[in-house]
Design a protein around this ligand. Structure first.
Ligand code: NDP
Ligand code: PHD
Length: 355
């Protein structure tokens, strides 16, 4: 069996540190690892299987001899360095939004569209974290009953904005409890014109605003969902809309998902629960009598997507609600990325033959 030289780009970040851990726990046969980050982290020591690995500054030459790149260092870094890695023969799984809507780049959630991997030209994109957990829950429902429309409201954790932002929310909580003014330099958008506290607050803005009043996070959920779920199929279009909100939770995105099935006569609350209970990557936690429902605090550190509160809409037959929670840094990022890499290895697709 082949063994692979693997590079992790962005190894020191909130996602990168989890990429290391997920790679350690994966089925991928690793020959060597290389941890890459900015010049700020060059020389820092991290560990892989308890052995020290020195972080190197990421440069085009860093990818010489690398077979597989797991990238999570921001979109601009991916745009600059991943084509260099592909040029040197590496296959890249990119966790950023840089290439997601490129028609030549498969956008993959293994439970939904692993077959799209066969069409890669060197780069495979990992979708947006909120999109991933939603499509894991919706795909089995679409397969069983068809899907006409989806209206989602998200409750997104602080850590989705990166390690520095997450630290800032924790500091704000302490400042508030100490009776001090909360210092805000990052949320809602790093480098944006205005900043607001996230601790003890809710921010209905994730990413920048588009001209039509949607945020870019909402735009990503709408368009990425269609690309993943309708990819390679003659399925009818699904109407999707989203409202994305940042909440003062450390890890674990929550989503209230309202959906209309295409074949209402076939569906019922119990049938949807049954389908979800058997769906890959899903854990059904749905028992109102026992007050059992998914919570971010319980999803932290887990690879699965948790679904509960399934119920039919009281006014609109064929329409249902559900509550979906996952660890945004694992299923939303590091685990989905490593899971894609595992599939590439399984399917013998770690080579750039169709560049
Ligand atoms: N699938 C998804 O939806 C998710 C995607 N992401 C994406 O993953 C990326 C990283 O997120 P996250 O880990 O939360 O962010 P962090 O801010 O926690 O980490 C950023 C990482 O990128 C590295 N980096 C920054 N600038 C450069 C550079 N010029 N060259 C090389 N490396 C650099 C940093 O290195 P250093 O320590 O040296 O600064 C660090 O390792 C983002 O693009 C984000 O959009 C994140 C969460 C979920
Ligand atoms: N936007 C997500 C995380 C992220 O970075 O997403 P993307 O990779 O789509 O930019 C969040 O803030 O929770």
């Amino acid at each position: 069996m082949s063994e692979y030289n693997v590079a992790i780009l962005g190894a020191t970040g909130a996602v990168g540190t989890r990429l290391i851990q997920q790679l350690e726990q994966s089925t991928i046969p690793v020959k060597s690892v290389k941890f890459l980050a900015s010049s700020r982290s060059a020389g820092k020591q991290l560990k892989f299987h308890n052995q020290p690995v020195t972080v190197e500054e990421a440069k085009p030459e860093s990818f010489e001899g690398v077979d597989l790149v797991l990238a999570s260092a921001g979109g601009d870094v991916s745009k600059r360095l991943l084509p260099e890695a592909v040029k040197r023969g590496a296959v890249c799984v990119d966790n950023t939004s840089a290439f997601r809507m490129d028609p030549d780049v498969p956008l993959v959630v293994p439970e939904v569209n692993a077959e799209a991997l066969t069409r890669h030209h060197g780069i495979i994109a990992n979708p947006n974290c909120s999109t991933i957990q939603m499509v894991v829950a919706l795909e089995p429902i679409r397969k069983a009953f068809g899907l006409k429309q989806v209206i989602v409201s998200t409750y997104q954790a602080a850590s989705g904005a990166g390690q520095q932002a997450w630290n800032e929310m924790n500091a704000q909580a302490q400042e508030h409890l100490d009776g001090k003014e909360m210092q805000s330099t990052i949320y809602p958008v790093k480098g944006g014109a205005k900043h607001y506290p996230l601790a003890f607050n809710l921010l209905p803005q994730i990413d920048v605003f588009e001209d039509d009043g949607y945020t870019h996070e909402e735009w990503k959920m709408i368009h990425e969902t269609k690309k993943i779920m309708l990819d390679d199929m003659d399925a009818p279009d699904i109407k999707v809309t989203a409202t994305c909100v940042r909440v003062p939770v450390g890890i674990g995105h929550g989503e209230a998902v309202y959906f209309e099935v295409a074949n209402p006569k076939e569906a019922s609350r119990e049938k949807i629960q049954k389908v979800l209970a058997k769906a890959p990557g899903v854990v059904l936690q749905d028992d109102p009598d026992q007050q059992l429902y998914p919570q971010p605090i319980n999803a932290e550190g887990k690879r699965e997507t948790f679904v509960g509160r399934v119920r039919g809409d009281q006014e609109n037959p064929g329409n249902y609600h559900m509550w979906v929670v996952a660890d945004n840094l694992l299923k939303g990022a590091a685990w989905n990325t490593v899971q894609i890499a595992e599939k590439l290895v399984e399917k013998d697709l770690v080579s750039v033959t169709n560049r």
